[in-house]
Design a protein around this ligand. Structure first.
Ligand SMILES: Nc1ncnc2c1ncn2[C@@H]1O[C@H](COP(=O)(O)OP(=O)(O)OP(=O)(O)O)[C@@H](O)[C@H]1O
Ligand SMILES: [Mg+2]
Length: 710
């Protein structure tokens, strides 16, 4: 049993001694017997193996094992390393090579390894075969390592390899910006969903047995948990995971082989599994391929097939570096060529349903106190977030809470955190409405109000009905809530949309129809598709005001260029049904919607002009409590005498308040009545003695006084 090396330094000292022995015969010390070097090499190997077993880190031996280097290759690495450790070797190499360089050439390596010519030729041939791997270790163009076969050029170790040999824990600078290495045992987000998928992967790997190269294709959107799943597989199988971003790689300059090399070298050195994120960037056939001059395959530029070549090359080279690769992409993948030697397995990570979202929320916020009214169930129902987004939202919510110095996570904070995860460009096509009205502000007959509440409940109780009560299986399509608000102007349609947004704490976006409708065939559909794509990302309420402009009956279209005639109702219905959230259409003309269309909407709510009682309620509710006013404002009279819409009443109240403010007095009945006159005047109606009744004289008096003052 050989005594193990106590340290890497001791080991490297012996390596230098061995190099010196090998060289001495070249230097003319013919009497130095060859067996001395052979014996030293044998003890070197035994002692280092014993050291590795005892837990001493000898990076170079680790490298030999990882690359499974042959005896000759090890010999080359020793010689190439020698001048890095001891400069005096430079002179000795120069002397042995007739001053043709201070680095050991491949030729010198061969001659110092064996004197037999035949053996040398065999070694050389093997060296050529192994070039793709040996290029990880030696600088390109060295000692024939570039395949040009120049055996007299000096062998130089790649800087990364020297750094690794001297410090096992050193990091590869080429990983910065493109890759990240995770060791087993490092903190890892817990696997809340997809546990059965992990189990399947592990058992599949077990069935395939050792030596199989496993290629897992994880199809799913960003943040769907693909990376966490892959990392858990690595964790369970006890190997480091090297996560590499394909998009960043493609941005790098140089040939594809060269770009991949540092990544693959690290994979070997760390015995890691490879996880490629953003693999879709290689699948996107439209993309221009990275430059490929010099080495590696040379796909003709701009040909879609070139990226396929890149994929093939990637898999080919990766097969020399590891036996587990994960490819992460949202796209389906049908490789045209077989991926041998890889055994391929595909998994799809779909978006979590409301029940799974709740599990994720509960996990992410376990132990955190919730404020009054805050409900994780309601968040899960409303925001279709991916696992990664929920984790980030939970973190953001905690941050907001701590920053505000609060104890609990308030409902507001949670909603804000959810919204922070949604990035969309809806704002370009629709304007965000600041929803300020609440149930109390909205004065409607009980029947209509109840229907609005029921519409909200369809969002609030989604999980219970679709997930827990099993309706999800029966309703695969059209789980969203579509509504049509119809009725005369000023009856509260826009207001009701705001009330719903406020109650559900969702954002409300009003689509700018002038920006969407186009007279060009198909263009309006395209714009609408974009609107729906973005609203999906934003999880907002979509509000189409004057919707009849968009979806009016086709039969009424006289001219094919009629700008309102572009949208097929079926197209809109399809888009609405695909969207899980709320879509509200508002219109003054119910008759413009065809029956088939109306049948497919979940709620149709008629907004009628208010009757006397409701008018009185509206009169009372539109005046803010802060407003200074006379005690004897006669709401009963106002409601009885003027058949006004809610919106007219609001306008009158505001106008009356301005009259009062200008006079510097509290709001009086006469202010309101003068405002009524003005409002009705706009509609071409006059309000005279008869309509003003008992207030006629007061109003007249008031007006006279005003004129006098002016
Ligand atoms: N039912 C109502 N209850 C309370 N206030 C109302 C009601 N209807 C209208 N109002 C008042 O009138 C204003 C305007 O109403 P809103 O914009 O909702 O009408 P609309 O039905 O959308 O009209 P349009 O068809 O012209 O778009 C509201 O902001 C509110 O102050
Ligand atoms: Mg409106």
């Amino acid at each position: 049993m050989e005594r193990p090396f106590a340290s890497q330094e001791e080991y490297l000292g012996q390596v230098l001694e061995l190099c010196a022995l090998r060289l001495s015969r070249m230097e003319g010390n013919a009497e130095e017997p060859a067996w001395k070097a052979q014996r030293l090499e044998r003890t070197l190997r035994l002692r280092s193996e014993a050291a590795l077993d005892a837990g001493t880190v000898i990076a170079l031996e680790y490298l030999f094992r990882a690359y499974q280097l042959t005896d000759f290759e090890r010999h080359c690495v020793y010689l190439a390393l020698a001048p890095e450790l001891d400069r005096s070797f430079e002179g000795r190499f120069a002397a042995c090579q007739a001053d043709r360089g201070q680095l050991p050439s491949l030729e010198l390596c061969l001659r110092t390894f064996t004197a037999q010519q035949e053996r040398q030729l065999a070694l050389l041939a093997r060296w050529r075969e192994r070039l793709p791997v040996l290029e990880h270790l030696f600088c390109a163009g060295c000692g024939g390592a570039d395949g040009r076969g120049d055996q007299s050029a000096g062998l130089k170790l790649d800087r990364r390899v020297t750094a690794f040999i001297l410090d096992f824990m050193s990091e590869e600078p080429a990983l910065i910006g493109a890759g990240e290495l995770f060791w087993p045992g490092e903190p890892l987000p817990e696997l809340v969903l997809h546990r059965e998928k992990l189990a399947r992967m592990l058992s599949f790997a077990g069935e395939q047995g050792k030596g199989t190269r496993l290629l897992f294709y994880l199809k799913g959107e960003k943040l769907s948990g693909r990376r966490t799943l892959a990392r858990h597989f690595c964790e369970q199988t006890g190997r480091p995971a090297l996560v590499v971003d394909v998009e960043s790689l493609l941005r790098r300059e140089g040939a594809w082989d060269g770009v991949l090399r540092p990544i693959l070298r690290e994979t070997v050195l760390r015995r890691a599994a490879l996880i490629f994120t953003g693999f879709e960037h290689l699948q996107d056939a439209g993309e221009e391929p990275p430059p490929t001059e010099g080495e590696g395959p040379r796909p003709t530029a701009r040909e879609p097939v070139s990226l396929t070549v890149h994929i093939r090359r990637l898999l080919e080279l990766a097969a020399m570096a590891t036996d587990v690769v994960f490819l992460l992409s949202p796209l389906p993948w049908q490789p045209q060529t077989p991926c041998a030697p890889w055994v391929r397995a595909e998994l799809e990570l779909s978006a979590p349903d409301a029940g799974e979202r709740l599990t994720l929320w509960e996990h992410a916020l376990s132990g955190a106190a919730l404020g009054e009214g805050a409900s994780l169930e309601s968040l899960s129902n409303k925001f279709a977030l991916y696992p990664g987004q929920i984790a980030a939202a939970a973190q953001e919510a905690r941050r907001l809470r701590d920053w505000a110095g609060e104890e609990c996570l308030s409902d507001d904070t949670l909603h804000q955190a959810c919204r922070s995860q949604l990035s969309h460009t809806l704002g370009k096509l629709a304007s965000r409405v600041n929803a300020q009205y609440t149930w109390e502000d909205l004065i409607l007959p009980p029947e209509q109000k109840r229907r609005l509440r029921e519409a909200c409940d369809q969002v609030e109780f989604r999980r219970r009905v679709y997930d827990q009560w099993g309706f999800g299986r029966k309703v695969a399509y059209g789980r969203g809530v579509s509504m049509l608000f119809s009725g005369p102007p000023g009856t509260g349609k826009t207001m009701a949309a705001q009330v719903i947004a406020n109650r559900l704490r969702l954002e409300l976006y009003k689509v700018d129809l002038s920006g969407v409708i186009s007279k060009y065939v198909g263009e309006t559909e395209k714009q609408l598709s974009t609107v729906f794509e973005e609203v999906k990302k934003s999880q907002s309420i979509l509000f189409f005001d004057e919707a009849d402009a968009l979806f009016g009956k086709r039969s009424e279209t006289k001219d094919s260029h009629d700008r309102y005639a572009n949208v097929q109702t079926s197209f809109l219905l399809q888009k609405m049904e695909e969207y899980d959230g709320i879509v509200i259409l508002a219109s003054n003309f119910l008759q413009n919607f065809d029956e088939a269309f109306k049948r497919r909407l979940k709620f149709i709510i008629d907004f009628t002009l208010p009757d006397r009682d409701r008018r009185e309620q509206i009169w009372r509710s539109v005046l803010p409590p802060e407003l200074p006013r006379d005690e004897d404002l006669d709401f009963d009279f106002l409601a009885r005498s003027f058949e006004l819409s809610g919106s007219s009443i609001k306008n009158i109240a505001v106008a009356g308040a301005f009259l009062a403010a200008a006079e510097g007095v509290p709001l009086r009945m006469t202010h309101l009545l003068r405002a009524v006159q003005a409002e009705q005047h706009k509609a071409g109606k006059s309000v005279g003695r008869e309509e003003l009744g008992e207030y006629y004289h007061q109003v007249q008096q008031d007006l006279e006084e005003r004129t006098r003052q002016e």
